[in-house]
Ligand binder design. Structure first.
Ligand SMILES: [Zn+2]
Ligand SMILES: [Zn+2]
Length: 362
């Protein structure tokens, strides 16, 4: 049966060994070592790529996935859904905490049957562990100017690691356009001429969030992931972690990308036409774009969702689990500093006047 993403066939992901070869304990992914780790006996286990010898994440041809004859890579897994915020979570280990990483609710339930979901083809593993993430937050807050002093002493109330879904699209575009190009004559009057042309452009790694839900107001600010840090998907990197299931379908994702690309072409085409036709101005651009060689990557990227409380109010924090970038919007103490500067200014002016009077008196 086809799901939201148009998938018709699924293959079950081969089971991964989660038992510690040393003591039989459960292995989880360790961000510091980027290996599997047994907390019982301290043994590390390398993460293998299986059949993927190379570490480059390859794009998948977009058109092929909607062709019923081609087997679509999918995975079967059970999904956790949060009754409180509606988040749908994928996980690959029984060792994850029983709390929703988005809202903290414990009211999460497992779907009864294994559901087929789209298989990610890449993952950016966590390389910053929770202690380091807390350290990144402290450093970040220390460097912020004009924030109340007490905030610099704040610690995070909670810290949930979660992999968020992203699509990356590559596409060739060929646009045929009609545009009116204007030329100034010697008297400074403008004359327009209708011109036709084609414009070709390759768009690479156009990143797009594959989640239509916003759980944390800061996440958008730390979405600068290095695509080179992505590895071919291996569920070992998820051992002990949740990943959000994509709530945007690939088809909808590509429609969004086309919308953004059209916006970019709206600026690029006139620029190119003005150069090509040596014009001074332009108006009435009309163009149609054909897409070819479209490939996509479906990548899980690591984020820590967190918050802190100040004067009874909760503030969202997001930390990039790969780069350590922190985003938060603490209340500003700017008003206090401005008031302080005004008071100091008044004192300085008063002192100067007193000095002048004192000197004049002599
Ligand atoms: Zn062990
Ligand atoms: Zn929730």
């Amino acid at each position: 049966m086809a799901d939201d993403n148009g998938f018709t066939k699924t293959t079950t992901m081969p089971g991964t060994e989660r038992k510690c070869p040393n003591c039989g304990g459960t292995l989880t992914y360790n961000a510091n070592a980027q290996k599997l780790y047994c907390s019982l006996c301290g043994k590390y286990k390398e993460i293998s790529y299986g059949t993927h010898e190379d570490v480059e994440v390859k794009g998948i041809a977009y058109n092929e996935i909607f062709n019923a004859n081609s087997a679509t890579p999918g995975i079967k897994c059970k999904i956790l859904s949060c009754a409180n915020c509606g988040a749908e979570l994928i996980y690959d280990s029984a060792q994850v905490s029983g709390r929703c990483p988005f809202c903290g609710s414990t009211n999460i339930a497992l779907t009864a049957a294994a559901t087929s979901i789209m298989r990610p083809n890449g993952i950016i593993p966590f390389s910053i562990d929770e202690d380091k993430a807390r350290g990144c937050f402290r450093e970040h807050i220390k460097r912020k100017l004009f924030i109340p002093y007490k905030i610099s002493r704040c610690t995070l109330d909670n810290l949930f690691p979660v992999y968020l879904p992203f699509f990356g699209f590559d596409a060739n575009t060929k646009s045929s356009y009609v545009i009116e190009i204007g030329y100034y004559d010697s008297d400074g009057n403008i004359h327009y001429k209708t011109c036709n042309g084609t414009y070709e452009k390759h768009f690479q790694e156009f990143p797009l969030s594959a989640s239509s839900k916003v759980y944390n107001s800061q996440v958008d600010k730390i979405r600068q992931f290095d695509p080179l840090s992505a590895r071919p998907f291996n569920p070992d990197y998820m051992a002990g972690y949740y990943a959000e299931r994509n709530s945007t379908s690939l088809k909808h994702g590509f429609e969004k990308v086309q919308y953004y690309i059209t916006g970019k072409l709206n600026k690029l085409i006139p620029k190119d036409a003005l150069r090509k036709f040596r014009g001074d101005r332009y108006r009435n651009l009309d163009f149609k774009t054909k897409y070819s060689d479209v490939t996509y990557k479906y990548i899980l990227a690591p984020v820590y969702l967190a918050s802190f409380t100040y004067k009874g109010k909760k503030y969202d924090v997001a930390i990039n689990g790969s780069t350590g970038d922190v985003a938060c919007d603490p209340p500003s103490a700017r008003k206090f500093f401005i008031a302080l500067l005004i008071i100091l200014g008044i004192i300085a002016v008063g002192a100067f006047i007193a000095y002048l009077i004192y000197n004049a008196g002599i």
